[in-house]
Design a protein around this ligand. Structure first.
Ligand code: PMP
Ligand code: GLN
Length: 384
């Protein structure tokens, strides 16, 4: 294995999911739902397979899917992306992100991440030979994680090529405020930095908050690549259809990398995703309401079990401080939890360059059936 990849041999999700499987633990670790997406969407995929949509789709993605992505961004956020050259279909958000790094980052260029970061970001930067800089989210008053704005200003400079913004944010559930977005946009504009936004949780956002794509801020459309995917919005994390939208020149660069990574992917799923973006947004709204209720259910259970629970404003996830229960290290706790009480969760410190900051935090996924959450809560009470 190359020195570039040696630090990243296994993912925490594989490790904890395997541990959960071996011990028969309830798995609130890896974030995937345990119910299916909209029936209409599933039917379109089945029909596509039956009707011969089984060969390579066009390199940029099925034109009708690109049109549906463009219509969705226009209707929801008022952003214009020409389907012909400003939208690219990828193998999940993961490929979009990695292809963007390979296409845009020269060896030695710096890329700024918000920490804790989603686990594929540092690997994508490393594959491109880039150097990561991280800016921490800190626990503010009212139990919300906040962007350290001064640290952001200090981290970005002439050496910075790109900044990755994930909102709603995995693992904390933070939705960046307009004020935070304004500072991020200003820093990107002032330093001529490309913003790469991971918006896979764009629809899973709670308590009346709105998702605001960074590309809608002044001067940002021309320097932002916006990424999303089918997995979270439509409960189909195994389909791996994603997309990246932005200025034609940047999208062409990403496409140059993507065509030699996977060339294309998921032909019969592409018409199904187009159908979902056009016809299943009411279904997504019900999913959103459901997830908000599940967040409250799990937050209540965690609080009763003695955890100090942090705010989750979106995503599948909620974080809790384990110190009130007498534990000092979330990673140690998560490695023993399956054996101990039959529950799996993810330590937040694995998403950090400065693990000390998040040592006491554990992430729980609430995108599960109510009976699964209730069983998890019952087991959590055994920790006392
Ligand atoms: N970004 C974030 C923040 C995620 O949580 C995930 C997890 N699924 C992904 C990207 C990956 O998305 P996809 O499955 O579409 O590649
Ligand atoms: N996005 C999912 C999570 O954060 C996991 C995806 C994966 O297993 N790589 O739990």
């Amino acid at each position: 294995l190359t020195s570039r990849l040696r630090p990243f041999t296994s993912t925490i999700f594989a490790e904890i999911t395997e541990l959960a499987r071996r011990t028969g633990a309830v798995n609130l670790g890896q974030g995937f739902p345990d119910t299916d997406g909209p029936a209409g969407m599933l039917r379109v995929a089945q029909e596509a397979i039956a009707n011969g949509v089984n060969q390579y789709p066009p390199g940029a993605g099925e034109p009708d899917l690109r049109a549906a992505i463009s219509e969705h961004r226009q209707a929801r956020y008022g952003i214009e992306h020409r389907p012909e050259d400003e939208v690219l279909v990828t193998v999940g958000a993961t490929e979009a992100l990695t292809a963007a790094m390979l296409a845009l980052v020269e060896p030695g260029d710096e890329v700024v991440l918000v920490e804790p970061y989603y686990d594929s970001y540092p690997v994508a930067i490393a594959m491109a030979g880039g150097v990561r800089r991280t800016v921490a989210l800190r626990q503010g008053p009212d139990h919300r994680f906040e962007l350290d704005v001064e640290a952001l200003r200090a981290a970005v400079g002439p050496q910075t090529r790109a900044l990755v913004l994930n909102s709603p944010h995995n693992p904390t559930g933070t939705v960046f405020t307009d004020a935070e977005l304004a500072v991020i946009a200003e820093v990107c504009r002032d330093n001529d930095v490309i913003a790469i936004t991971d918006e896979v949780y764009e629809h899973l956002i709670f308590d009346g908050r709105q998702h605001r794509p960074l590309a809608t801020l002044p001067g940002m459309a021309e320097r932002t690549l916006s990424i999303s995917s089918v997995g979270k919005s439509f409960s189909a994390t195994g389909w791996k259809i994603g997309w990246i939208c932005g200025p034609a020149e940047l999208v062409a660069a990403v496409r140059a990398a993507k065509q030699f990574m996977t060339f294309v992917g998921g032909a019969p799923f592409q018409p199904a995703v187009a159908h979902a973006l056009r016809n299943e947004l009411d279904w997504v709204e019900r999913l959103r309401e459901d997830l908000q209720r599940k967040r409250d259910r799990l937050a209540g259970g965690l609080t009763e079990a003695g955890f100090d629970v942090l705010a989750s404003e979106g995503t599948y996830f909620i974080c809790a401080d384990v110190r009130p229960l007498g534990f000092a290290d979330g990673a140690e706790l998560c490695r023993s939890l399956p054996e101990r009480i039959g529950l799996a969760a993810i330590p937040v410190q694995v998403f950090c360059d400065n693990p000390e900051d998040a040592k006491h935090l554990v992430r729980f996924a609430f995108c599960k059936r109510d009976e699964v959450l209730d069983e998890a809560i019952r087991r959590l009470h055994k920790l006392r």
